[in-house]
Design a protein around this ligand. Structure first.
Ligand code: ZN
Length: 456
């Protein structure tokens, strides 16, 4: 694609909403300049409200196959660990082809929901019997292929998983598809590096699964391997049970241990970090690390609530993840964050800052935190950033007559993907009139996977 320009009647820039904005991009789809009060001539015209696309910093795409299935048949005192059993059963079934078809459909749905990048926390590495595929990166290549098929920018996070818990020497039988020793994991990272697309839409990071699944000597050796810098993602302090086990076996809380023992900095993403002491919170904020919040999954699994108000007040970074993908909705994740804060504080507009509404505050900060966590230059409409854009539909009945400052609130609190008309990645349209060009064929393939998996 050559240089291109998009003329937006309204666009959300870092300094706020602006009118008649011309966004000029280069051949790579990177924004070259942004001109306000411009003229439309010679540009592709966009009539709705244009936002920077939202990076999704935490996804396990295949778990979408469990959406809606984990509740009704389980006991009243259900919790995360029983949900995990269902997930293991599913993880044991999928072939590479089914995995790719499932992920392609999930990524398409993410694009429709306004996500314009995804960090896939990918741990389904080996064949169902636990043996590596002939190409050790087979399943990682499926992730990259699925993303390419729908035009979703991707940060691949191959997961290091070594053991089933703090006291176990190795993985449990149901985790055999996940397991690596450190040398094999480093070889996998190297293999993945050479398979990236080579353009600015694919990146690689590393993901030690959690403190319970990676022993401290392996975690420390990983950081002596010379692979940095790349984004580092880790699940941490998601459930109180995990915090208690960590204290019992290391003498420290998970985030406390991590901050003392590992070189945590702004390239890290601490996924969940739901249960933080005051001291952990302020120390974590000072590292510049991003907290990866997944409100709908954390609510579904009964994890607990992240204390957002103090985190925002101390300038902490955060981004959004769709995690188990039970719901794929940018608007809903933001809505939940603000509603959780309202339910706790018994106030309204709790997370609003300065002149911005709570929706605008959370959207802007999640977009920039998410971009950092993906290690991709996106998250705002700015020169030097990839032009990943989302258009809210001016013709939607609930957006009628609103001024731009009211639009994000209307979408976040009253809408969902139904208000999204168009999505661009690197200045190329991937969603038009609410639909993806390959939607019919990808839906057909996903339906086939659902049929095959549910019959077994
Ligand atoms: Zn996760």
């Amino acid at each position: 694609m050559n240089e291109h320009s998009l003329f937006c009647r309204y666009a959300l820039l870092p300094e706020g909403w602006a009118e008649n904005v011309r966004i000029r991009t280069d051949a790579e789809g990177v924004t070259v300049d942004v001109e306000k009060d411009s003229k439309a001539s010679g540009s592709e015209q966009v009539h709705g409200f244009v936002l920077p696309g939202m990076p999704n910093l935490h996804s396990h795409g295949f778990q979408y196959l469990m959406a809606g299935l984990t509740g009704p048949s389980t006991a009243a005192n259900d919790h995360f660990w029983s949900w995990r059993k269902t997930m293991y059963r599913l993880a044991g079934l999928l072939s590479p082809e089914q995995y790719e078809d499932c992920l392609a459909w999930v990524y398409l749905n993410m694009l429709r929901a306004g996500y314009t990048g995804c960090a896939e926390f990918h741990y389904l590495h080996h064949a169902p019997d636990g043996r590596p595929y002939a190409n050790r990166a087979e399943m990682s290549l499926r992730v990259l292929a699925a993303a390419r098929r729908v035009g979703m920018p991707l940060t691949l996070l191959p997961v290091l998983y070594c053991r089933s818990g703090f006291t176990s020497p190795d993985c449990a039988p149901e985790q055999r598809r996940f397991c690596h020793d450190l040398d094999d994991y480093l070889a996998l990272l190297e293999a993945c590096q050479s398979e990236l697309s080579g353009d600015n839409t694919q990146a690689l990071g590393m993901a030690p699964h959690s403190l319970r699944a990676v022993p401290d000597h392996a975690l420390k050796a990983l950081f002596r391997s010379g692979l940095r810098p790349m984004p580092v993602h880790i699940h941490i302090a998601e459930q109180t049970g995990e915090v208690e086990q960590c204290v019992e076996h290391t003498g420290a809380r998970p985030v406390e241990w991590l901050l003392e023992q590992m070189p945590v900095d702004a390239s890290w993403c601490l996924v969940h970090a739901t249960h933080l002491s005051n001291q952990e919170r302020s120390r974590a904020a000072s590292t510049g690390a991003t907290i990866g919040l997944c409100p709908s999954t954390e609510a579904d699994l009964g994890d607990g609530m992240f204390a957002m108000e103090p985190w925002l007040a101390m300038g902490g970074r955060f981004g959004l993840g769709s995690d188990s993908n039970t719901r794929v909705s940018v608007a809903e994740e933001i809505r939940l964050l603000e509603y959780e804060a309202r339910l706790v504080s018994r106030r309204r507009n709790v997370l609003a800052q300065g002149r911005c509404s709570s929706a605008e505050t959370l959207y802007g900060r999640a977009a920039s935190g998410g971009a950092r966590a993906l290690g991709q230059a996106t998250g705002s409409i700015d020169p030097g950033r990839r032009a990943d854009l989302v258009e809210l539909d001016m013709a939607h009945p609930l957006l009628g007559g609103l001024n731009p400052e009211q639009v994000l609130d209307a979408w976040v609190f009253a809408g969902s993907e139904d208000m999204i008309r168009s999505v661009w990645v690197a200045a190329r349209p991937v969603i038009q009139s609410g639909r993806h060009l390959d939607e019919a064929i990808l839906e057909r393939r996903f339906r086939a996977v659902v049929r095959e998996v549910r019959q077994r």
